[in-house]
Design a protein around this ligand. Sequence first.
Ligand code: LLP
Length: 430
Amino acid sequence: SSGVRRRPDGELEVAGVPVTALAAEVGTPAYVFDEADLRERARGFAEAFAGWRVYYAGKSFLSKDVARWVVEEGLYLDVCTGGELAVALAAGIDPARIGFHGNNKSLAELQAALEAGVGRIIVDSFIEIARLAELAAARGVQAPVLVRVTAGVEAHTHEYIATAHEDQKFGFSIVTGDAMRAVEECLGAPGIDLRGIHSHIGSQIFETAGFEVAVRRTIGLLAAIAERTGQILPELDLGGGFGIAYTTLDDPRPTVELAEHLNAMVEAECRSTGLPRPELSIEPGRAISGPAALMLYEVGTVKPVVLAGGGVRTYVSVDGGMSDNIRTALYAAEYSATVANRASDAAPVLCRVVGKHCESGDIVVRDEFLPGDIAPGDLIAVPGAGAYARSMASNYNHVPRPPVVAVADGRWRTLLRRETVDDLLALDMG
Ligand code: LLP
């Protein structure tokens, strides 16, 4: 993040607070957010996408403070479970600014969304449309709805996080006609106020080609809907998925170019279909929260291992691992690591930063050159830990989840406290 600096003595600081001070006060491991950086990224989206609704995707990381920060910077909030909705409401977010996602929202979740009066509910199946229509009618309200469609895009990203190809669980297919049928069901349901359509092509995407196809197909669908039903749906949500560099301490922000490109694509499609420009929205998560935090670990053991083909790889074990960041194990995600507490003149050696869990796939950073004198007690910083790390954390091996702290102007505070073994034991009713 932009607030991370190396001090003259070689120690890293975040927004003016040295990492050794943080480690001494909150312990390790810890997720360390740079509040100003997260706010700047949020504001950057709001400014670059002026006239759009920018929803922050809370699944990437959500706490009450973060929900407030992004809304203060002009954003809306995307939630995808009753749990995320509860955090948003507890934070005091205006429900009208909340979009509610999910391919299998429970009755209780749909009720909670209607009860709160969330701004948009994004529907994902015929069963859900019928359920929601019934619940809303029973309450005497109209649910404001977007229909999630599958744009048929092969996004260039990991299979588990690509979502717009045909053979996966999300959305209504445009090509089979399901999307049109879903729109017609919504238009025919008195409990539903159909506002538009939604497309999310996947995550950690760098090429704009996928968005280009999505814009073409979704605006084509809006035109087909107008032709068939006589209704011009006013809204188009293009989802999130904007990629970040994971391996640098200060990730640049290509938001302005992205906005210009998406605006131009939408203009062109509207011109060629004769449709008015829809009200647009996007849902970035990772691009806002990801680069804004680093993970701070302490080294526990250092073990050089002689490789079969000759050479040595040094296994640097830290006090966390796949329970606080599963992304390396799950998606072969690439991270970097740096010694955070000091400078070193020692020659770099090939290292693998690994966790403390009972399996060999418990890797934090697969390949990294670290100083040859790395030793127990050193602090390691892993950038890009703000998104999908704490939010996907587990208690594997009964490891309590680390705290999340935020630093601003030389002061830090806790967003989420560290879990304790007692927290975990309290769940055990034996
Ligand atoms: N909108 C929708 C409908 C989504 O499903 C997602 C992500 C987003 C927005 C935000 O995407 P972002 O801008 O953060 O890429 N756990 C995976 C990512 C899964 C994302 C799921 N949906 C990871 O760690 O990479």
